[in-house]
Design a binder for this molecule. Structure first.
Ligand code: AMP
Ligand code: MN
Ligand code: MN
Ligand code: MN
Length: 291
């Protein structure tokens, strides 16, 4: 069926976006309206550790004539930096929801600990207005960063991360998470399609990234997010080639959070994703026929 926004010969998709249900600034409805406006054909909401926005995303995508996939981005690994994006209706199942709820429950205590560390280690006190931003589900470090800006103790959220909230800084509180392998195994057991998000964010040598992807494939990984703002066109091409060689799905997304100053824009991917239409179709097929 031809979509009202379909442009002959041009196919655009964004399979990695965040909404107000995690640390994004836009609602799922706004994301879909923007995607439609930009001429995209397919979208996926991949909030951190929650499927709270998936239902709204589905309704909005349909209303705007967009293809869509349920998704969630699960923080994994010792530093929480290994992100596994899972696609498919299985992410909304009872067992996945229970797992994500446990992750959400620990976030509240962690935010309180960050506030305490800001006070005791840095002498920083958040204002009532700032603290209000933390009284919400799935509170994460970007919310603490925004609370610090609102409290007037830093000028930007980047400054909040660089000076206080990044790994190793005085108000950083680690989370206890599954390993990436464990997350992949869980996703497969529940019938979801696990994809390694933004491999370049792992800050590993190129050969180590390859080895890591191969080890995750052993655990059941089904795809690699080759196209992401963190990957240069050259690296995206290498990740794409590796994925294809290994029979893994190739995916991509902007990781849009809605921040006006961030460079990621909806549908804005590294250049060179020439097989985007086929790759999105292959992901849709995989999601509809869990192995
Ligand atoms: P959390 O899951 O609470 O540890 O927060 C992780 C989120 O914080 C990531 O998904 C990013 O959106 C954001 N983030 C992490 N590191 C930085 C950084 N150095 N500067 C800005 N944002 C960051
Ligand atoms: Mn985020
Ligand atoms: Mn991520
Ligand atoms: Mn993300």
């Amino acid at each position: 069926m031809t979509k009202p926004n379909a442009r002959p010969g041009v196919y655009r998709a964004d399979l990695h976006m965040h909404s107000v249900f995690s640390d994004g600034l836009k609602t799922p409805e706004t994301l879909c309206a923007m995607a439609h406006e930009l001429g995209l054909q397919a979208v996926a909401l991949t909030d951190h550790d929650t499927v709270g926005g998936v239902e709204e995303m589905g309704r909005a995508a349909q209303a705007h004539g967009l293809d869509w996939l349920p998704g969630v981005e699960i923080g994994s690994g010792a530093s929480g930096r290994t992100h596994i994006v899972c696609y498919g209706s299985a992410v909304e199942g009872t067992e996945m929801r229970a797992f994500l709820q446990r992750m959400s429950d620990t976030r509240k205590a962690r935010a309180e600990e960050m506030v305490r560390l800001l006070e005791t280690k840095a002498g920083i006190h958040l204002t009532e207005e700032g603290l209000k931003l933390l009284d919400r589900p799935n509170v994460s470090r970007p919310h603490v960063a925004r609370a610090m800006v609102a409290s007037g103790v830093v000028d930007t959220t980047d400054e909040a991360f660089d000076r206080y909230l990044a790994e190793g800084k005085c108000a950083y509180v680690p989370r206890t998470l599954l390993s990436a392998q464990e997350t992949v195994v869980l996703a497969r057991r529940l019938g979801a399609v696990p994809v390694l998000a933004h491999p370049m964010r792992l800050k590993m040598e190129e050969t180590a990234i390859t080895a890591f992807i191969l080890s995750l494939k052993e655990a059941g990984l089904m795809g690699v997010e080759a196209f992401h703002p963190s990957a240069s066109p050259r690296m995206a091409g290498q990740l794409e080639a590796l994925a294809r060689r290994e029979g893994l799905l190739v995916t991509g997304g902007s990781d849009y959070h809605g921040d006006p100053q961030a460079h990621a824009r909806i549908g804005g991917l590294a250049e060179g994703w020439t097989a985007i239409r086929e790759d999105v179709q292959a992901l849709m097929n995989a999601v509809n026929h869990p192995r």
